[in-house]
Write a protein that binds this ligand. Structure first.
Ligand SMILES: Nc1ncnc2c1ncn2[C@@H]1O[C@H](COP(=O)(O)OP(=O)(O)OP(=O)(O)O)[C@@H](O)[C@H]1O
Length: 605
């Protein structure tokens, strides 16, 4: 088979290499420049080092809010915790300074994990409030625990012993680069894609086997770790730490930096903080108005540049790719080998026995029995509101049933929806759940998350095992996109596709998870003739591999043409089941469709 090719392009929100090289050269030469031009070199070196430490904290905030979708009001508190950890280690325990930031990372990571663990079910705003409370607790404990934190006066005499100011400047710079690379590698790996998926839709993520809680836990914990690092460096840079570091007001600088630079972009936090640092330096003679001016800057950024500088630049690049001329694309012949081996067909691939689901007084599903065999396309049809989608939600555990049981290849299905895909059952929702701001390729790669078995350290360090798997994933994704005739659009924003292409992409993304049972809820709605044909090819390819497709559809012609078995549901009950020819003339089915004469006519043909 010819290897599928997709055009090379990457739109990730990093700065162009030329700009990055210039910035790196200036920062590296900065101590020499200040030494040459100023009598006050330490002051100017200190400003850049402080900005670099703020940039590390803003990267942490970006991981939590930008990539994790978790509103955090506790990052100044985490910085304070990091500061205390380093200060206590260096001043109280007399240990070498370089152990301080390590301890800061551990303490802040543990605190973040704890806060997330107690607020797993909290929605966005409530989570924000919980983090604000956590911040206040850190502040209060800091103020009152004199023995460890020095109380309101804090701890002084924290110094990177043996290091000159210039050497410490380079240490801070190196750690900023590390934090940036950490962020980039994590975000571009399956862990980052999983986090973005959870941010966009927990249901869609669960349908691909991504567990929302562990995904959030990881992202918030590493975000806390990075914030802790910035706290440790802060204490070493200034030589002291006191509770004021954790004041919520101090968070303004980081929020302004994040929103001006571009939330959810790689370079946004660094660029934003750099711009804020320049602004603060320019207005230093009016220091008492700093908060006011920063507040106005935040307001202006929100109104004029809601995506921030880097986000706006990235949107422009995406725009150029999105508007590129559509080249006619003939789909590839063969489905790439992403699908698992079929299981023995002696038990149904997916079975619901006596399923019951009530919503208040509505008996949406009222004792449904359904058995889907491997190697078949199984249609579920019925009038609007008859209970088809609810049946599927019961089968995939998105609804907990009031009665009945669900079996996958003869075994009881796990209770949680994110665990069901691990047994090989994946669904595509009736309402589109595409990650519209991500590229087409990233959508498909997200579908593969369940099959990528590498740890986050391997992803962050880009170890060979990770690189190999990433290469394989990209090749498989390219093959799948080529099969669906979408390869040329791989780097477009998913939101820029036509309705039919979006639906097709959702199916491709589900196939990417390597399911044995693929459930499609009204996938053909709004599709053109050729798109329906592409969908039918996918379903047939699936069946021919000995796997199962469950198809909820109103397009009777499509269903009759492709399905091997059909279950008809009306009023939450199964009114007919069997081969298309048996179901077609069933009086109960004709009755259910009365009021839809065209369907009766079609069925009678
Ligand atoms: N989350 C919910 N809360 C309350 N009622 C619901 C909920 N989901 C579905 N229902 C109700 O359950 C019944 C069955 O709905 P369901 O969506 O399963 O039907 P359907 O056959 O898939 O319909 P359609 O073909 O229009 O998508 C309907 O009366 C619907 O209003």
């Amino acid at each position: 088979m010819a290897r599928a090719r997709i055009p090379a392009a990457r739109i990730g929100g990093a700065l162009p290499p030329v700009l990055t090289a210039i910035a790196a050269a200036v920062l590296l030469a900065w101590p020499a420049i200040t030494d040459f031009y100023s009598y006050n070199a330490n002051y100017y070196n200190g400003i850049v080092a402080a900005a670099a430490i703020s940039a590390i904290l803003t990267i942490a905030l970006n991981l939590s809010m930008g990539y994790g979708g978790m509103l955090s009001m506790m990052h100044t508190g985490l910085q304070l915790l990091g500061g205390y950890a380093t200060a206590a280690l260096v001043v109280k325990a007399g240990l070498p300074w370089y152990l301080g930031p390590v301890c800061s990372i551990a303490v802040a990571a543990a605190a973040s994990a704890l806060v997330l663990a107690v607020s797993l079910r909290a929605a966005y705003l409530y989570f924000g409030m919980i983090t604000m409370a956590a911040n206040l607790i850190v502040l209060e404990v800091g103020r009152d625990w004199d023995g460890l934190t020095g109380g309101v006066n804090g701890l002084t005499g924290v110094a990177p012993g043996g290091l000159s100011k210039v050497a410490f400047y380079y240490v801070v710079l190196a750690l900023l680069v590390l934090a940036y690379v950490f962020q980039r590698n994590l975000v571009r790996s399956g862990y980052g894609r999983a986090s973005l998926a959870v941010r966009e839709s927990e249901d869609a993520a669960s349908a691909m086997g991504i567990r929302p809680t562990t995904t959030k836990l990881l992202v918030f914990t590493v975000s806390g770790a990075v914030a802790g690092l910035s706290g440790g460096l802060y204490a070493l840079q200034l030589g002291f730490v006191n509770p004021d570091v954790g004041l919520l007001d101090n968070g303004l600088v980081f929020f302004v930096g994040l929103f001006v630079g571009g939330i959810g972009t790689l370079a946004g936090p660094v660029l934003g903080v750099a711009l804020v640092a320049v602004l603060v330096e320019l207005i230093k003679d009016y220091a008492r108005y700093t908060t006011l001016i920063l507040g106005l800057a935040l307001l202006a950024a929100m109104i004029l540049l809601p995506r921030g500088v880097v986000g706006t630049w990235r949107a422009g690049r995406f725009g150029r790719v999105d508007d590129a001329d559509d080249e006619p694309e003939s789909p590839a012949e063969e489905l790439p080998a992403v699908l698992p081996e079929p299981a023995a067909p002696d038990v149904p691939a997916l079975e619901g026995r006596g399923l019951v689901k009530h919503f208040g007084g509505v008996r949406a599903v009222d004792g449904v029995d359904i058995a889907v065999r491997a190697g078949t396309v199984h249609g579920i049809i019925g009038p609007n509101g008859s209970g088809k989608s609810t049946t599927v939600s019961c089968l995939t555990r998105f609804h907990q049933v009031d009665a009945g049981e669900v079996l996958v290849f003869g075994d009881p299905a796990p209770a949680r929806p994110w665990a069901v895909p691990s047994l090989g059952v994946t669904r595509v929702f009736q309402v589109p759940h595409l990650f519209e701001q991500q590229s087409v390729l990233d959508n498909v790669l997200t579908g593969m998350r369940r099959r990528e078995h590498y740890g986050w350290p391997a992803a962050v360090l880009r170890l060979p095992a990770y690189r190999r798997r990433d290469r394989e994933s990209r090749a498989e994704a390219a093959g799948l996109l080529a099969f669906a005739g979408l390869a040329q659009r791989a780097h477009r924003r998913a939101g820029s596709l036509s309705h039919g292409q979006k639906r097709l992409l959702e199916v491709v993304r589900a196939v990417a998870s390597g399911p044995r049972v693929l459930i499609l809820d009204e996938p053909a709605t709004g599709l053109t003739g050729s798109e329906i044909e592409a969908l039918a090819r996918l379903c047939r390819a699936f069946r021919d591999r000995g796997l199962a497709v469950v198809l909820i559809e109103h397009n009777v012609e499509f269903v009759m043409g492709i399905c091997d078995a059909i279950t008809v549901i009306d009023g939450g009950r199964v009114i007919a089941a069997g081969a298309p020819d048996e179901v077609r003339g069933d009086p109960a089915v004709l009755e259910a469709y009365l009021g839809h004469p065209e369907l009766v006519e079609e069925a009678a043909e």
